[in-house]
Design a protein around this ligand. Sequence first.
Ligand code: PEP
Ligand code: MN
Length: 337
Amino acid sequence: MILDLDPTLLESEVSALCLRLKQMKFVPVKQPGCRLALVQGVDKHVRPDAFLHLHGVQKVSPLKEKYKLASRFSHPEPTIIECKGKRIGGGHLFVAAGPCSIESKEQMDASAKAAAAHGATALRGGAFKPRTSPYDFQGMGEEGLQILRDAGEKYNLLTLSEVMEPAQVELAAGYVDILQVGARNMQNFSLLKELGKVKNPILLKRGFSATYQDLLMAAEYIMAHGNPNVILCERGIRTFETYTRNTLDLNAVCALKELTHLPIVVDPSHGTGIRSFVAPMSLASIAAGADGLVIEMHPDPDRSLSDAQQTISFDAFGKIMRDATLIKQTLAEASVI
Ligand code: PEP
Ligand code: MN
């Protein structure tokens, strides 16, 4: 249920209304503008006019989607997430670039230098790696997070790294700006709840076989537990096609723009699994309206300890940045005309 309030209400009157709603066993969550979303305790039998007599309530609209806080209906304006003076969403181009795994100080320093020189927003790198085989490189752990933080600070880049379990969240949140939930953990509900307790933006990747609704419900978990700063990431899904690693679903960008106010970015590296596909699919993503990209690049791509086949060079990344910026500008100009 969405309650639109009288815009002249005083802060104290809104608080009194929230208290009254809590007494009625509803959970009100403030939305931008003069709105409250009731996210719990709304049973199907409660009629909208049950709220109309409350002081300050002007309009009551039922929320038909299961996701309440992530819904565009409850929050029509796109969310812009601010982090250390950088903006994510709402027409700003967000690009996170860096290796699949953090391997050494030198590798991260070189990657950060190139990412910053080409205009990236963030430096990515995995310290806790979800590998299909237990015999593959599992990541450098906390030492990797320190290396990532230092490289990010040196080149004024935000940092992005994955957490795989609740016990890693507090530790990683102390080093990393944006915490990533990988595709394999999109429905790790205890992890999602833990991420609701921190203030860091969360980059939530779509699971291999998750629908848009599944992805939005996962975002809802994080938001309902207190963290509204969720960035959605399309990274390809499993289909019958085996030529590419995954099938990059660019419909997701259009659909999610309709369904939610949260920023949506695309990872064409995992979405394709093929180095030569990363540039065209990056540009297609931006043309489709994505708010940004997550790209794997490495000083020596063939020697990457993980995901070498989809990792691009610094030069290739520079060209993507130039072309993506042009596409974004062209789209912005076209919408003004
Ligand atoms: C990654 O970003 O390195 C990663 C493992 O991604 P995904 O969860 O999308 O496979
Ligand atoms: Mn990877």
